[in-house]
Design a protein around this ligand. Structure first.
Ligand code: CUA
Length: 285
């Protein structure tokens, strides 16, 4: 290359960036993607895995642009003459209208796409998050088949589950039928908690006096972890349980057994309600 003639750095950087991005996106989609949390334990969980792959894949070209440029600059633009006492600066990009335009176009398109994608995904299947007492993101299948309602009652330091469709029985553990749309009604009797069923991709605040609705569509049989995800006192760390998704037949016999086993307790429970005031219970009412 003749003296004083610069190679086309922009073209070089763009080509390196493109190759790195293609490899990076392929690694995200095909290698890292299938193992991303929270796994494929429910329809909502699979949706979250897909969203995590999309977000990660979109961030790869952005990160690659930064890292490729930095590496290229360090390797190519460094001062090679150890005796040089003149620090030469390149031309400033300030006021470069082409760079400004592309910066604005790229960031605007990315942000608007993510906002649109996020909104559509949130409305599609209820997303597994608590939506308060009046959900706006109701899963489409709820219109044809009424969901199975399960009330999640948090208190220091355990979760219990109440079943309005099964005589209002309250169970100490959670089993769910496979391939079923479940409507959790999450509430608390005392302080703030959070109902987190990791493999189902459900996380919903459990607040006293609040009915917080979260949807999940179960898949096949599965064991899942339940944890409280809100600091709620000294035994917060021990507020956990294991739940199971079982076949519809196994669920039917399990809930029947629970109804029989807890029938005496059910009689002394307050009537089923979306929230409870624990005061009368504490006074022995
Ligand atoms: Cu309940 Cu933390």
């Amino acid at each position: 290359m003749p003296e004083g003639q610069e190679p086309n750095h922009f073209l070089r950087i763009t080509l390196i960036w493109f190759v790195v991005s293609v490899i990076g996106v392929a690694l995200v989609v095909f290698v890292a993607g299938p193992g991303l949390p929270p796994g494929n334990g429910s329809v909502e969980a699979s949706g979250q895995v897909t969203d995590n792959i999309v977000l990660m894949a979109l961030s790869v070209p952005v990160a690659a642009a930064v890292l490729v440029y930095l590496t290229y600059a360090i390797v190519v633009f460094r001062e090679r003459n150890p005796d040089s006492d003149v620090v030469l600066d390149g031309p400033a990009i300030r006021g470069n209208s082409s760079i400004q335009l592309w910066w604005l176009v790229t960031t605007t398109v990315l942000v608007l796409f993510l906002a649109g994608y996020g909104s559509i995904r949130l409305l599609a299947d209820g997303s597994g998050g608590g939506q308060g007492p009046n959900p706006i993101a109701t899963p489409a299948s709820a219109k044809t088949t009424p969901p199975l309602q399960v009330q999640v009652i948090a208190q220091q330091w355990a979760f219990t589950y109440r079943w309005p469709a099964y005589g209002g029985v309250e169970t100490p553990h959670l089993e769910l039928p496979a391939n079923t749309l479940v409507e959790f009604h999450v509430t608390s009797l005392d302080v703030i908690h959070s109902f987190w069923a990791y493999q189902l991709a459900v996380k919903a605040d459990a607040n006293p006096g609040q009915d917080n609705i979260a949807y999940v569509t179960t898949k096949g049989p599965l064991e899942f972890n339940i944890r409280c995800a809100e600091l709620c006192g000294v035994w917060h760390g021990y507020m956990f349980d294991a739940g199971r998704v079982v076949s519809k037949a196994d669920f039917a016999s399990w809930i029947k057994g629970q109804e029989v086993q807890f029938a005496p307790a059910t009689k002394s429970l307050p009537p089923y309600s979306r929230t409870y005031n624990p005061q009368p219970l504490r006074r022995g009412g």
